[in-house]
Design a protein around this ligand. Structure first.
Ligand code: SPD
Length: 336
């Protein structure tokens, strides 16, 4: 292990970096004057002065945010990284043209992806985060006083560095002494984890185009199940019921084959994500039963953190598993 709890990518195989940038699918305003703009090929205007999120994953629609100032643009080995100041959602982190978080609504995602699994089991001690380089999930895991070890595996060091520089209230998660950062490929990392190591694994990935693609595939879920103790839980980013039922169906089908405990889908609202909602796949391995819909491990009112919870509470935990009829029909039919 290297200094400061950071494990270098040499400790396990790194994912092959993207060779050449394909067509840039997203747009930010060309008309913006920026001191830091380095990649004008990836900046084209839909509405001048606005960032528009355009992707084949949500064809025919594009949510836009007004840009006050572009604060950072860079290209890592894996993706384009951009930070801009928006006029209504605070600072925004964008990877390959897709919004990962805004200061205003990140709580709705980070709190739910973390506390839905961790409040569903008694006494979680060892937690692994795959992805989540911005540190927001770490910040949330750290609220749980029972947790003794928090490992994170993030493929892109630039995401970690940029988050620490521009999103200190999110990246504050890295300051917890229980955290060990591994920079490398989450798929390879998990394959090397001894069976039964973790009580909970949280997969905070970007969308399945680009570096996160394998995190949506069956072999990855198999490695997750193997790395969990009996009755351990996983929560993965599982896209939008409005846009991605085909992806969700694949995830649910894989999870029913692999996880012999509970398999449930939950969702939350995030105004700046495509369609304004995003879902989570929650599963447990065979062992002590887990009833995700009824949390058994509430977070202490005074959890010792600087900022109180903004979004999560026990009522919204249970409500997150109530699905609209069209989604419920598909997802529940797969359990049979
Ligand atoms: N469509 C974007 C989905 C992004 C999910 N991951 C966000 C990372 C925040 N920690």
């Amino acid at each position: 292990m290297a200094e400061d709890g950071v494990v270098g990518s040499a400790d396990f195989p790194a994912k092959r970096p993207r060779e050449e940038e394909e067509n840039c699918v997203s747009s930010a305003a060309a008309a913006m004057e920026t001191e830091t703009a380095k990649d004008p090929d990836c900046v084209s205007g839909v509405i001048p002065g606005w960032f528009s999120e355009i992707s084949p994953m949500w064809p025919g629609e594009a949510h836009s945010l007004k840009i006050e100032k572009i604060l950072f643009q860079g290209k890592s080995d894996y993706q384009n990284v951009m930070v801009f100041q928006s006029s209504t959602y605070g600072k925004v982190l964008v990877l390959d043209g897709v919004i990962q978080l805004t200061e205003r609504d990140e709580c709705a995602y980070q709190e739910m992806i973390t506390h839905l699994p961790l409040c569903s089991i008694p006494n979680p001690k060892k937690v692994l985060v795959i992805g989540g380089g911005d540190g927001g999930v770490l910040r949330e895991v750290a609220r749980h006083s029972s947790v003794e070890q928090i490992d994170i595996c993030e493929i892109d060091k630039m995401v970690v560095d940029v988050s620490k520089q521009f999103f200190p209230r999110v990246a504050i998660g890295y300051e917890d002494p229980r955290v060990t950062l591994n920079v490398g490929d989450g798929v390879a990392f998990l394959r090397a984890v001894p069976a039964g190591t973790y009580d909970a694994i949280i997969v905070d990935s970007s969308d399945p185009i680009g570096p996160a693609q394998e995190l949506f595939e069956k072999p990855f879920f198999q490695s997750v199940a193997n790395a969990l103790r009996p009755g351990g839980v996983v929560c993965t980013q599982a896209e939008s019921i409005w846009l991605h039922m085909h992806i969700i169906e694949d995830i649910v089908s894989n999870c029913h084959q692999i996880f012999k405990g509970s398999v449930n889908y939950a969702w939350t609202t995030v105004p700046t994500y495509p369609s304004g909602v995003i879902g989570f796949m929650l599963c447990s391995t065979e062992g002590p039963p887990v009833d995700f819909k009824h949390p058994v491990n509430p977070i202490a009112e005074n959890d010792g953190s600087k900022d109180p919870l903004k979004f999560y509470n026990s009522e919204i935990h249970t409500a997150a598993f109530c699905l609209p009829s069209f989604a419920k029909k598909v997802i529940e039919s797969m359990a049979k």
